[in-house]
Design a protein. Sequence first.
Length: 485
Amino acid sequence: MPSRLILLLSLSSLLLLSIIVTPAVCKTSAAAVDDDDEDLSFLEDGDDEAADHSSPHHYGGEDDFSDQEESYDDDDFEVPSNFDHGDGGNEDEVGFNSGVDEKDVVVLKEGNFSDFIESNKYVMVEFYAPWCGHCQSLAPEYAAAATELKAGAGNEKVALAKVDATEENELAEQYEVQGFPTVLFFIDGEHKPYNGQRSKDAIVTWIKKKIGPGVANITTLDDAERILTSEDKVVLGFLNSLVGPESDELAAASKLDDAVNFYQTVSPDVAKLFHLEPNAKRPAVVLLKKVAEKVTTFDGEFTKSAIVEFVSANKLPLVTTFTRESAPQIFESPINKQLLLFAKSSDSEKFLPTYQEVAKLFKGKLIFVYVEMDNEDTGKPVAEYFGVDGDGPKVIAFAANDEGKKYILDKEFTLDNIKVFASDFLEDKLKPFYKSDPIPEMNDGDVKIVVGNNFDEIVLDDSKDVLLEVNSPTIHDLIFFFFGN
């Protein structure tokens, strides 16, 4: 056991030297700024509670794939007059993303940053670099969010601002900006990171939840129809009263899930529109989605933790196709164990029905993900990460909270085999899969060649002492390990 532990720690150090996994940002190295290049390595997405890089292992994330970079000139922006601000000066309304209307995005610099933060209760600040492709992609969404929030989130006024970190080095240093974009949300001068999806709706929803009660009232059928038409997924609580313990419990649950909007009503007509029986026993909760399994009714105890568990288990479809948009939802779920099906998009109708049947049996316990192997934008990078090649289908289990361990289904793709595989995965009965070169056909010399598939047999053989040399084509130094029985 000590030998295995030493090996694990040592090999982990070696791998960290050769494979750098970074957040979904453009790196801030000096070379990157000087050369107008982005370090867009295969990246990892975090959540707003794990900005210290202690989050579970991820194999991708929103915008975690190669972009094509262009060089942009820096332009300034006008500070909207409806926000209190310091000495900002008059600035243009055209941003570094040509054609994006950023008139409601406040430009902050060293001279007005502190005054602006002190004068406004709620401020979101993006630290960006003009050459960063991720920042360019975020710009129109961020601007749209600024315009929507300018009118106020409920009774509160929220400002969205930005800082050119290539010009404002001291500010970037003060707030420990390590990559672009870095987005911080300030409440009364205190800040926390925003690492959610980079879309207008996600930003607006996240901010409203941070500053509001978390759950909104629906009192009219017009409001109900508008919400059902405009939102992809919602939670409705059908309560006895809009204030009191039931409402407090629902609001507390809503604060723990940034991806879904929560509403409450006492109207039987509104409840009926949300597919609840008008005479249903209250409190009742329903989750509606614009995808398969559109209506899911809560049948647990009406507590914060039970409601959160219900929403987490049901807010994703039975099988989630891996995309830039779905990646954060997968990673931010409290369900850390995932099954991934790798197959070509042309084969989806052949394999997905079987996969979905298995997913029904493990709902709330595993997240089932479908990766389109022939998708250049997202599927191929994920397949490369897992060492999956060929045409598929291949099923891999991934434990995001267990050192990123992977397990491979080495049997035929059948309903029964996948069921057993998923069950064994949950019960920790599977042997981890490690990417390996083929075992050499001739390996009888004094120096043995060790690959993943013969490592235990040769290196961890208790009958002998082993001196292991570990090398990599990208690392010139050799590393040696001694294993004694």
